[in-house]
Design a protein around this ligand. Structure first.
Ligand code: SF4
Length: 198
């Protein structure tokens, strides 16, 4: 029997381009609760020839509403910090490990994460970025497995053929305020990612 995660993997593997994959993901029904509660699937945005890609956890309310990734408060801070290190959003690929918003922004379940993995893995393979910035613990664990942000943040890790740079999620930077350490370190890590990917 084909399980939902396997069905996603097959559909993703059969997607020759990011555009085709995004179209297929928009009609994905692998996670029944998310299908019942979502407004839009948010496949992400990856410009042609991208060198730097950021990976978050899951869409929030504004992303679900618009179908676009990182358009809420976190997205605005990400744009600002990228701008401060000399990078525009148009140069950066933006994905989430999960393409549908979990209701009430609850954490994705293990099953949902597993179901959606095939889409994201194929997106990364098609985009082939120089560096992937993993925003927050969830995206970091998606790549590196069980770990803590404190143990791996701010350094490049070779994983699955990618150079992965774990850092804080912009929502943590917002929570701790403009003078907080997460914001300073996120900016520092984005600067490193920009340098390494240029
Ligand atoms: S979260 Fe991913 S696997 Fe689950 S329904 Fe949405 S697109 Fe499909």
């Amino acid at each position: 029997m084909t399980t939902p995660d396997l069905a996603v993997r097959e559909a993703a593997a059969a997607s020759p381009t990011l555009e085709v994959l995004a179209e297929r993901a928009r009609s994905c029904t692998a996670c029944p609760e998310l299908v019942a509660t979502r407004t839009h699937v948010v496949p992400g945005a990856v410009p042609e020839g991208v060198r730097l890609l950021v990976l978050g956890e899951a869409p929030g309310a504004q992303e679900d509403e618009s179908g676009l990734p990182f358009v809420g408060k976190s997205g605005r801070l990400l744009d600002q910090l990228l701008g401060e290190v000399g990078v525009s959003r148009a140069q950066v690929g933006v994905l989430n490990t999960l393409k549908c918003r979990p209701p009430g922004n609850r954490p994705p379940t293990r099953l949902e994460t597993r179901n959606c993995r095939g889409w994201t893995e194929r997106q990364l393979a098609l985009a082939a970025p120089q560096v992937v910035v993993a925003l927050g613990l969830s995206a970091t664990r998606w790549f590196l497995g069980p770990t803590s942000l404190a143990a791996v943040r701010g350094r490049l890790h070779e994983q699955g053929g990618y150079r992965v740079l774990p850092t804080y999620h912009p929502s943590a930077a917002i929570r701790f305020g403009p003078e907080g350490e997460p914001r300073r370190l996120l900016r520092e890590d984005l600067a490193l990612a920009a340098e390494v990917s240029s």
